[in-house]
Write a protein that binds this ligand. Structure first.
Ligand code: NAI
Length: 400
């Protein structure tokens, strides 16, 4: 890459000449954040691109130590075998963020973006402090041009904030291109999703340099993903698409859960209704299973993210519409716990109840926003004695 200062943006034409468009050159990727997204995503990139060096860094020394041990920090079917084959070959886990940033051509920001729990937007807005901190670290550390990729789920316009942070704090002569490349994997099937995604979405600037950066990231994915599945858009469309995808998935769950209540009151069977409805090809049969409600770190937070966006845009009916998705989810959890109490003759006080499963779904140890937590809280408040078992979740995490 050249160090031409093109309004803070790099020109990539020289990097092409220098051979980064050539599969056999040494291309380096750094991923900031070794979590549920950063770890598995980089494992797949490194396994499919043996000539690319991929380093995943994290502020948590414990998490990095676990990635470098026989006990990975998270469970994902198929992940362990892949990691064992490529760890310390072209996949590295490290706490040396400075070194990884400096040597990288492309940097993924894959840090957590929880819902804010303080100040303006408390309980609604996404907390972008970890994304901002990662951007600052890059700006203070990088001594050569970088493509910075927001992999974390962020609100629309976050790329602009990242650009501003990079531009304001950058070392002299260093230029950046910022891309949006949201991740659509689902925990429990992350490896399958990463190997054969429905689509890869890349958003970037509609400029020559923006297009070159998109081409570079696309080149990484093209090692194993057919080109027609790689969708390129402008940055805002890409950022918004991720929120909308999660909001639509959450909405399907809330929709079928409302119908489960109607079925219980009428004698209809929700699985029969779901099957009949799902066979309509315009509707499809995915995400039509009635349940205790959605959990996990993403759906609720991303729906709130969309609600906050609508509120900020003064689109109150839109905000209210999506808020119902969350309200129905809360109601379904409470309704489920209430049903247990009712079926145990109106009281669970002093009764022993077994809870099988504490993670938010099967094939993961992740308990973030798990519906089990909410149901357990209701039952404990009613005086029940709970015996909780989940083969994937350690006892300490249940007591958190
Ligand atoms: P996570 O909480 O598992 O991992 C984030 C990691 O980033 C943590 O280990 C944390 O220590 C680290 N970190 C934070 N600031 C850092 C910094 N400045 N330098 C180095 N490390 C830092 O989060 P997860 O689940 O991987 O999610 C990451 C992003 O991906 C979020 O925005 C999430 O919404 C999105 N996402 C998550 C999916 C999931 O299934 N978990 C699926 C698709 C997107």
């Amino acid at each position: 890459m050249t160090s031409n200062d093109n309004d803070g943006m790099p020109t990539f034409s020289d990097s092409e000449k220098n051979g980064h468009g050539d599969e056999h050159s040494t291309f380096r990727i750094c991923c900031i954040g070794a979590g549920y997204v950063g770890g598995p995503t980089c494992a797949i990139i490194a396994s499919k691109c043996p000539h690319i060096k991929v380093t995943v860094v994290d502020v948590s020394a414990d998490r990095i130590a676990a990635w470098n041990s026989d006990h990975l920090p998270l469970f994902e079917p198929g992940l362990e075998d892949i990691i064992k084959k490529i760890r310390n070959r072209n996949l590295f886990f490290s706490t040396d963020t400075k070194k990884a940033i400096q040597e990288a051509d492309l940097i993924f920001i894959s840090v957590n973006t929880p819902t804010k729990s303080y100040g303006f937007g408390n309980g609604r807005a996404p907390d972008l402090r970890y994304v901002e901190e990662a951007a600052r670290q890059i700006a203070h550390t990088a001594t050569s041009n970088k493509i910075v990729v927001e992999k974390s789920t962020v609100p629309v316009n976050a790329a602009e904030s990242i650009k501003t942070i990079l531009k304001t704090n950058k070392q002299p002569g260093v230029c950046y291109q910022v891309l949006s490349n949201p991740e659509f994997l689902a925990e429990g099937s992350a490896i399958r999703d990463l190997l054969a995604p429905d689509r890869v979405l890349i958003g970037g600037d509609e400029s020559i340099d923006g297009e070159l950066a998109i081409k570079k990231l696309s080149w990484v994915y093209e090692h194993w993903i057919p080109k027609e599945r790689i969708l390129t858009t402008n940055t805002w469309s890409s950022e918004l698409s991720k929120l909308v995808a999660n909001a639509f998935l959450a909405q399907r769950i809330s929709s079928i859960n409302t119908i489960s209540a109607v079925c219980e009151a009428t004698g209809a069977s929700v699985s029969e209704v779901a099957k009949a409805v799902g066979l309509d090809s315009r509707i499809g049969n995915q995400f039509l299973h009635a349940s205790v409600g959605f959990g996990g770190s993403c759906f609720q937070k991303d729906v709130y993210n969309l609600i906050y966006l609508a509120e900020s845009l003064k689109l109150e009916p839109v905000a209210q519409y999506w808020l119902q998705v969350i309200k129905i989810n809360d109601w379904q959890r409470e309704r489920f716990a209430h049903m247990i109490v009712q079926n145990l003759f109106g009281s669970v006080s002093g009764k022993k109840i077994a809870i099988l499963g504490f993670a938010f779904k099967k094939d993961t140890a992740d308990t973030r926003e798990s519906s089990s937590i909410y149901v357990c809280r209701y039952l404990l408040a009613e005086g029940a004695s709970l015996h909780i078992y989940d083969p994937k979740v350690p006892v300490q995490r249940i007591f958190l």
